[in-house]
Design a protein around this ligand. Sequence first.
Ligand code: FMN
Length: 343
Amino acid sequence: MDPSRGADLSSRAVEPLEREAQEVLSPAVFEYYRAGTGEGISRDEAAAAWRSWRFLPRLFQDVSRVSTETELFGTPLAAPVLAGPSALHTLAHPDGEAATAQGVSQAGSLLIQSARAGRKISSDRWWFQAYVLRDPSITEAQVRDAAARGARAIVLTADAPYVFRSAVPEAGSAAPENRTPGQQQDPSLSADAIGWLAAVSGLPVLVKGVLRPQDAIACVEAGAAGVIVSNHGGRQLDRAVASAYALRPVVEAVGSRVPVLVDGGIRNGADVLTALALGASAVLIGRPVLWALATGGAEGVRDLLRFYRDDLARTMAQAGVPSLAHIDDGLTARESVIPGPSA
Ligand SMILES: Cc1cc2nc3c(=O)[nH]c(=O)nc-3n(C[C@H](O)[C@H](O)[C@H](O)COP(=O)(O)O)c2cc1C
């Protein structure tokens, strides 16, 4: 694309969208979506951690055209920006996940549908996020159903042995807090679940919630086709390290073998480019998708993903990066550690 064109920055930036969403959502639902656990330390520092990296732009690159296109597990993507799994989209919009999936497809992106979704979807651009439940026959049925309905991969969320969040009043029986014991996550989950899910679904399995390089290696050795660096948007273990700092060591451990994805506090094209420079193959967006769905339905989600794509293209152009293949790890450094002449 021509980087001087594209969605208007000011009207599509994420911060005003959150304020608009607060206007249209009930206080209980807005707070459920926005919340982190504990003191909210991990939730609050996620975005700032991305912003502590600095670019070292390259000169004399032809950036009259910039391409953000890529592909993951055979699905072509307009940009390496996916809608991550989040529960209960029906609290944001009556059509829930069906509207999200529509907007995602229109933007040429991909939806990771939460196991705690309010609606089933039909799309050829989706992966299914699974929890292994205390009653694994429930998980098995969910995963088989997802595969039959066209999911292209399974994302095993491994960082949520327990859910301690307070109840969502309006969620009714769909609320995660109202689950029977068999429907709760299995707190004895092991890496053996990766091979089991792959066998049951016939699909590649990615593990979400990885922060340590050793865990990433264990996932790959157990058959994971990819890992997602994440602290669950600061909703599980407060004070879990920011994904912007955990990413590079995980890439160094397994990035040559499998794609490494990342999420948490990614709010504009500069955040996306930083993640890619640190070795991510793609990023996931959490809360902003909910704000876009609440305020604009399917179109809102489509426009949000286009904003990320266009803002990434603009940032790539200024950084001297005409395509994702041109990104190298010299493109970014911590604010305080700018490398010397050998870099
Ligand atoms: C309201 C809400 C519900 C979520 N539900 C799930 C879920 O069901 N499964 C899961 O793996 N992650 C879930 N997450 C975590 C997101 O997938 C993601 O890791 C996180 O939100 C990314 O950070 P961001 O919101 O700052 O972009 C949820 C996040 C939010 C905000």
